[in-house]
Design a protein around this ligand. Structure first.
Ligand SMILES: [Fe+2]
Length: 353
C-alpha cells in the first residue's frame, strides 16, 4: 500500500483504504478499481490523495481505536450540528452525546491502538473528521491522566465540538489553502469566542466543555489566544485538546500540503514543550502515539527497506517490519517479518515516503 497524491493517480489503481464523504459515509471502499470518472469525482471533492494497493507489499491489517461505523456516525453528527447552526437553527445535541458515549466506550476497550495513518479526508470534510480524531486522541490522553467518568465525558464533548465556533467564520477563510493574512487570522481567531458563546448557552452542554472551545488555542506561556492565558489559568481539559488538535492538524494530509509523519510531529511538539504545548500532555502524547504506524515504510540500519505491519505496545520504536528490499536494493523473493523487539541489532534509521 502506498499514498499517491491526487495528481498522480492513474486508472486501474486499486484502493487500499476507503475514501469518505464529508459526512463520514464511505464514498469508495477498499478494493475499488479507480476508473476515470471516480478520479474526476475525487478531484472535485478536493481529496488530497489515496492509498492504493501495492502488490509488492502484501496484505496489511490496520488496527483502529474505534469502529468505522462509530466514526461515520460521529462525523455525521458533527456535520449536522455545524449545518444547523450555519442556517441559524439550534443543533440536535442527542446524536453528538450518543456518539461521544460510544467513542468513549470503544476507546476505553482499545486504549492500546493509537494513531495510525490518518484517513484520507475530502476538503469539505476535514473539519468534521478532524473533530472526531481530536475527540479520540483527547480521550486517550484523558485516560492516561486517570480522569473520572464525568471529566472524561466533559473532555470528549468539548473535544468533538472544540471548533464549532468556525461556523461564524467566512468559508473563504476556513478553506483558504495556505497561510492567512493578518486580518484573516484575526477573524479566524474569533472562532474560540464564538464557540464559547454557542456552547455555554446550550442547556445540555457542561460548562467545562464550553471552556474547551474557548481555551483550546491558549498556550502555556501566554502566547495563545483569545485571552493570552498562562498555564495556571488554562483548564486542564483545554490543555489536552490543545495538544490533540495541534497533533492531528500536523499529521493530516491536506490538498495543499502533505501531513507530516507522526515521529516528526512528536519531535516538533517536544521541541515546543512548555512554550506552545503543555509539557505534561506532550509527554503523555509521546507515550500514547505510535511513532511508526502500521503502513509506514522504513529503512533499517542494515539498509534493508520494509513496511511496518504491527506495533509493539511495550516499545513503540521497535515495531514488526515486513522486509521488502534487500540492502542492495533488490526485491525480496518472499516476505520476511522482523520483530524489532527481538532483534537487538536491527533498528529503524529513517522513514521513507
Ligand atoms: Fe480551533
Amino acid at each position: 500500500m502506498k499514498f499517491i497524491p491526487i495528481r498522480n493517480i492513474k486508472e486501474d489503481m486499486v484502493l487500499a483504504r476507503p475514501i469518505f464523504s464529508p459526512d463520514g459515509r464511505v464514498l469508495l471502499n477498499t478494493g475499488v478499481v479507480l476508473e476515470t470518472h471516480y478520479i474526476k469525482r475525487l478531484q472535485n471533492l478536493g481529496v488530497p490523495g489515496v492509498y492504493v494497493i501495492d502488490e509488492n507489499v502484501g496484505e496489511i491489517h490496520f488496527p483502529e481505536n474505534i469502529s468505522q461505523r462509530t466514526r461515520s456516525e460521529a462525523t455525521y453528527a458533527v456535520k449536522s450540528a455545524f449545518d444547523s447552526l450555519r442556517i441559524g437553527k439550534t443543533f440536535d445535541f442527542e446524536p453528538i452525546a450518543d456518539s461521544v458515549k460510544k467513542i468513549i466506550d470503544e476507546v476505553v476497550s482499545h486504549p492500546n491502538v493509537v494513531a495510525n495513518l490518518s484517513d484520507v479526508r475530502s476538503f469539505d470534510g476535514y473539519t468534521y473528521a478532524h473533530s472526531v480524531n481530536v475527540c479520540v486522541l483527547s480521550i486517550l490522553l484523558g485516560l492516561k491522566q486517570e480522569l473520572n467518568e464525568t471529566r472524561l465525558y466533559e473532555l470528549a464533548i468539548g473535544a468533538i465540538l472544540h471548533d464549532i465556533g468556525k461556523i461564524m467564520v467566512p468559508v473563504e477563510i476556513i478553506h483558504k489553502p495556505g497561510p492567512l493574512t493578518e486580518d484573516e487570522m484575526s477573524v479566524m481567531k474569533k472562532h474560540t469566542n464564538y464557540g464559547w458563546q454557542i456552547l455555554r448557552r446550550h442547556p445540555h452542554i457542561p460548562l467545562a466543555s464550553a471552556h474547551i472551545a474557548y481555551q483550546h488555542h491558549e498556550r502555556p506561556q501566554g502566547l495563545g489566544y483569545p485571552r493570552q492565558l498562562t498555564s495556571d489559568k488554562i483548564s486542564p481539559l483545554a490543555k489536552i485538546v490543545g495538544v490533540a488538535d495541534a497533533y492531528d492538524a500536523m499529521t493530516s494530509e491536506r490538498i495543499y500540503r502533505r501531513g507530516i509523519l507522526p515521529h516528526e510531529a512528536l519531535k516538533v511538539m517536544r521541541r515546543l514543550r512548555g512554550v506552545q504545548f503543555e509539557s505534561e500532555v506532550v509527554d503523555l502524547l509521546c507515550e500514547s502515539v505510535v511513532k511508526y504506524p502500521v503502513g509506514c515504510m522504513v529503512r533499517l540500519n542494515s539498509q534493508e527497506l520494509g513496511i511496518v505491519v504491527d506495533v509493539n505496545h511495550a516499545d513503540h520504536s521497535r515495531p514488526i517490519v515486513r522486509l521488502l528490499y534487500k540492502a542492495d536494493g533488490t526485491k525480496m523473493r518472499s516476505f520476511v517479518e522482523l520483530d524489532l523487539a527481538k532483534e537487538p541489532y536491527h533498528f529503524i534509521v529513517e522513514v521513507v515516503r
